[in-house]
Design a protein around this ligand. Sequence first.
Ligand code: MG
Length: 478
Amino acid sequence: MTRTGTFTWLLSFGLVLAWMAGAGEGLPAAENKRPPNFVIIFTDDQGYADVGCFGAQGFETPNLDRMAREGRRFTNFVVGQAVCSASRVALLTGCYPQRVSILGALGPRSPVGINQREVLLPELLKPRGYATCIVGKWHLGDHPRFLPTRHGFDEYFGIPYSNDMWPFHPGTNVFPPLPLLHQERVVAVNPDQHYLTTWYTEYAVDFIRRNRNRPFFLYLAHNMPHVPLFVSEKFRGKSKQGLYGDVIMEIDWSVGRILDTLRELQLDRNTLVIFTSDNGPWLSYGNHAGSAGPLREGKGTTWEGGHREPCIMWWPGRVPAGTECREFCATLDLLPTLARLAGASLPEHKIDGHDIWPLISGQPGAKSPWKAFYYYYYGYELQAVRSGRWKLHFPHRYRTLAGEPGRDGLPGPYKIVRTGLELYDLETDVGERHNVADKHPEVVRRLQALAEEARRDLGDSLTGRKGRGVRPPGRVEW
Ligand code: MG
């Protein structure tokens, strides 16, 4: 679909949108006080250092930097697993991806997707009167049974998996045409990706406007800056760093549009906005990848460069302005925290995240609620465990660049290397460079004991264990 064609299509929604806006106003308000709105902006493959106030070089992010000045920066914030589908399911279920059996990155026509018995964040919020919307990348299964409209979202506009899973992939020709969906209908095939960030932003702003009079949950999951990179004319050539910087500057513009809309509608004092990304940079893409700054490695590893993300939270009057949280917390915490703020019930089944409102609201002396956090990769390999300042890696394989990375949209090669049993003190060595296992045998033993709990519960293919607390994925036949 051309740019004009897609805009015509978007405009053709006018009547439908107007009707929906009217319908929204007639809905009963939530009991008691109106619960807060939530906006989660979730980018794809953005590195820890790819935001101005996290150390970006060669491009500026004035809107994200302002968001941080008016809100709170989280410098010790991780995702559930350092790859797309697994990271997204952790955010939306509050569970480790291993618990809900959504692992890695699902391909088109995946026979596996989110199980209908899982309870996603929008499903928790709907009984409290929320309008719910996802704009952008879904990636929990593209069969109709797995789509967001079947899992708690009233509205969906976006791509059901990664934007490189299309016929123009630089390294493989296995992918079918890439669909752009509205609800469950394909509205474009192989859409012009130059306009994805713009279209998503305009849809998101429109959703906010239509639902200004009721509580809403907006999940804006940009496809960018996942390769292939695309940017509209608005930002082409704007950064000193090249196309990757241009793309981030456009995402920053998008953040500004969302925050300005909330201010204009006087919703800013009743809306919690959270910005973060699904995993670290895809380093083999070289100048089309981001930067994890001082952190080791990137996407697809259990080193901090894969798991730790830039995160900013903003809610004027409730989240203290211009502050920083250094306590450990994770995307898994958002479901229980937002449920609490909304007065919603938690799922009856086990979840792994914790209510971190004391950290978000800056309560004096608030500490991380995590006794241990488990870093998995390659499905069920328990590769590392974290407790407090300590992170213990178990012997495992991981990928690292084999020489020079790729350029201009073509990936360079990885090689597989091994690490031993290695202990790192993340407070003094965030780059995981100095193995101190020999100096702290008691810490190694304590973290090994914590890992045993995870192996019993979630399994560990490195030690041949199956977890008792693992729930099955959804399955379909195409
Ligand atoms: Mg990703």
